[in-house]
Design a protein around this ligand. Structure first.
Ligand SMILES: NC(=O)c1ccc[n+]([C@@H]2O[C@H](COP(=O)([O-])OP(=O)(O)OC[C@H]3O[C@@H](n4cnc5c(N)ncnc54)[C@H](OP(=O)(O)O)[C@@H]3O)[C@@H](O)[C@H]2O)c1
Length: 263
């Protein structure tokens, strides 16, 4: 695989780390205007760092665009003359529709919108993929790339905004829940690093239990809630204080905001 990540910022670096860990790439071009922050990637012989997007596009087959939305249109305009049959254009850009990409590069380009998250860096991204008509031929291939960075599924493009909130913003939501648990553990007397470890590993364990068993969360909750015990007492207090309601409301507010953002 010859891959180029155009715009190697926060997300691009996460994807690059995941790709390099899997050792499936022959060459990996990483582009950005100021290369200082990605110099560390030079340690890998497969990596070429450059500010020359044209060079990266010409020498790669898979192009993963991960710039901010305001930079994307200009980049596509410059890229379109360089695109050939062999290129697969993967866009991780939030809110930039397939129709808008096709309007610039044409409907004959293989286009796949991908919504990964920063857990790609540790092979645990949840990535949602939506192809254009031509891109359907390459969706299985795209899945193999993103399955190497975690789990990927294909969804209709109309659901990508919602997926962005649940999966990309979701990283921040889960981090805040872990932080709150850590704060509570410190209050209960644990040193901060231990409190953090307890919160983190318990969160990881809870998700792992669901993944391994396929159980509904309430089944696992029932296993740890003794009638009249401390867990149900705490859980009910959290719900009295609006735990589920505030999460659902926050996610809906994020979704309303993402739909207001200019594409
Ligand atoms: N972060 C996430 O979790 C996440 C998840 C899913 C999707 N996304 C989407 O991914 C995109 C990037 O997000 P991010 O958080 O990674 O943003 P970011 O950290 O700002 O990264 C964007 C990078 O693009 C580079 N860039 C700008 N203009 C360029 C150009 N002409 N040529 C090459 N590189 C250029 C910038 O570096 P220089 O200024 O040095 O060029 C910057 O490092 C956004 O569209 C976002 O919607 C992000």
């Amino acid at each position: 695989m010859k891959v180029a990540i155009i715009g190697t910022g926060s997300l691009g670096q996460s994807i690059a780390k995941g790709l390099l860990k899997n050792k499936g790439v022959h060459s990996l071009y990483l582009t950005k205007r100021n290369l200082n922050s990605i110099k560390g990637f030079n340690a890998s012989s497969a990596v070429i760092l450059t500010s020359d997007n044209e060079e990266a596009i010409k020498n790669s087959d898979i192009l993963i665009f991960a710039v901010q939305p305001r930079h994307f249109e200009d980049l596509l305009e410059k890229a379109k003359a360089l695109l050939t049959e062999r290129h697969v254009l993967i866009s991780a850009i939030m809110g930039f529709s397939i129709a808008k990409i096709e309007a610039i590069v044409g409907v004959d380009t293989c286009i796949i919108r991908a919504m990964p998250n920063t857990a790609a860096a540790v092979g645990q991204s949840m990535t949602c993929l939506s192809p254009n008509t031509k891109g359907k031929q390459k969706i299985a291939f795209a899945k193999t790339i993103f399955n190497g960075l975690g789990v990927s599924i294909e969804i209709p493009e109309e659901q990508l905004q919602a997926a962005t909130v649940i999966c990309a913003s979701g990283i921040a939501f889960w981090m805040r829940l872990i932080r709150a648990t850590t704060q509570a553990a410190i209050q209960l007397g644990f040193e901060a690093p231990i409190a953090h470890e307890l919160a983190m590993q318990t969160c990881f364990g809870a998700a792992s239990l669901l993944k391994a068993s396929g159980n509904h969360p309430e089944v696992e909750i029932d296993r740890v809630t003794t009638p009249g015990g401390c867990t149900i007492e705490g859980l009910n207090e959290m719900e009295h204080q609006g735990l589920s309601a505030s999460l659902i409301k926050g996610i809906n507010t994020s979704f309303n905001k993402i739909n207001l953002l200019k594409n």
